[in-house]
Design a protein around this ligand. Sequence first.
Ligand SMILES: Cc1cc2nc3c(=O)[nH]c(=O)nc-3n(C[C@H](O)[C@H](O)[C@H](O)COP(=O)(O)OP(=O)(O)OC[C@H]3O[C@@H](n4cnc5c(N)ncnc54)[C@H](O)[C@@H]3O)c2cc1C
Length: 485
Amino acid sequence: MNTMKALSEETIKKIEKVVGKDGYSTRTADRYAYGFDASIFQSSPDIVIQPKSTEQVSGIMKIANAEKIPVVARGAGTGLCGSAVPIKGGIVLDMSRMDKVKEISVGDTWCIVEAGCVYNDINAALSKYGFQFPCAPGSAEAATIGGMVALNASGMKAVKYGATRDFILGLTFVKADGEIVHAGTKTIKDSSGYQLARLLVGSEGTLGIITEIVLKMATKPKAAASVLAAFKSAEDAGKCVSAIVAKPLVPAACELMDRVSIEAVNIALKNPLPDCQALCIIEVDGEPEVVDRDLKTVEEIATSVGALTVTATKDKAMIAKWANARSSVMVALSSLKPGHSSVSLADDMIVPVSKIPDAVVAYQRIAKKYNVVVATYGHAADGNLHTKMLLNPLSADDWIRGEKAVNEIFDVTVALGGSVTGEHGIGISKAPDFQKERATAMTTIKAIKNAMDPNNILNPGKMEQWEGSILKNLRYPCPEFMTQS
Ligand SMILES: Cc1cc2nc3c(=O)[nH]c(=O)nc-3n(C[C@H](O)[C@H](O)[C@H](O)COP(=O)(O)OP(=O)(O)OC[C@H]3O[C@@H](n4cnc5c(N)ncnc54)[C@H](O)[C@@H]3O)c2cc1C
């Protein structure tokens, strides 16, 4: 699908003038490596450029816009939907050299970070002052803040602390034509017209290149505790989640795992979890006396909805062990069935919390109908359910059944009042169903894109622009659906 003609010597010279000799690569190995993210897709760029400043990004965008070269921004490439895969070739703009925490203002409770800054590095810097940026995705060791803003990423703590968008006070971005824009403020709130910084949230590199972010900081909790409750069915685990939220009680995290997820983790990590049909891991945090009170309430609720066992702990090592077991599901799944891989299909649906039990039952029914193994787990207290499919990635028939199951899972999700993605974004793998789900917004979305990027050079072909089946450009050697590049 790469429709680019190779870049001319003259264009490469212009690029070198902006970023220097060590600021770009056209080597085959680099182009190949930058053709992947963590999704099921692959397509190589023509050049990889590693800018060091907003001015260099602006210089590159001016060249790309004049010559109509596609540009795909890239953080760590951990996205799961193909958002950073350059399906039209052109430039991959690797932001990883812009990785500084530039300023921390304790009195104003914000910090300024460059877009390529890694999540864990931001928190290591804030932690010294008793602050945190609490949106940890499962990929916290690698994910960059630019990628997190562009996807509105979040994680286990979103139910209490919110998603990335809730921490953005302002940001600097470079438009398709190279103009540098400072959006938002360094104040906790502002009402100065359009919230332009928010427009870039969830834009997946299609509206501008984010170079710097002003992030609001949250205080770190003084105490934490966790409950692990085992259930005889995924439906009962779903009922536990709904009952906690309805109490009302806001947990710091509330993770649900079904039978397939538990089995996979117990094989891969040598039995850290009880052998049961489903479980919930519920974390509470805050002042010590609040933690004690909430812990007791969670134990009572889990028991009242029929938990088989309820185990509570304040031990940091045990809390970390359970959290790690849950975080390992995605990787552990591939060890479940020989010859099969865990693939990110229908990986991130969100439904109203009260519909969690219905969603879990429906996903299991659909998996059975299409004879695919589907693991369901996720941040259930905010309604965010992940599924991963186990497929033989060399079998065209498996992919076709997988795609049919995906479509039906998304239809059920939307019918329950939900959305195709809670945190991973659209990219390619959710594009057809996103277009269906947001049908009434498509004209407006296309008009915004056209106004911001009239030459359509920023991450073209994704989201609202994707056409047809998602079974194209696959990274796996399945000849029917392989990439051409
Ligand atoms: C094991 C694993 C666990 C994960 N767990 C979670 C989770 O719990 N929650 C969650 O939300 N996600 C999760 N993810 C998905 C992913 O890690 C996150 O969405 C993360 O925020 C992506 O960041 P990145 O730097 O890797 O972005 P990339 O994958 O490099 O890019 C993602 C998108 O952002 C755009 N982009 C990147 N940088 C910029 C920039 N500076 N300006 C403009 N656009 C930009 C890209 O063009 C692309 O469209 C997980 C992934 C893995 C592999």
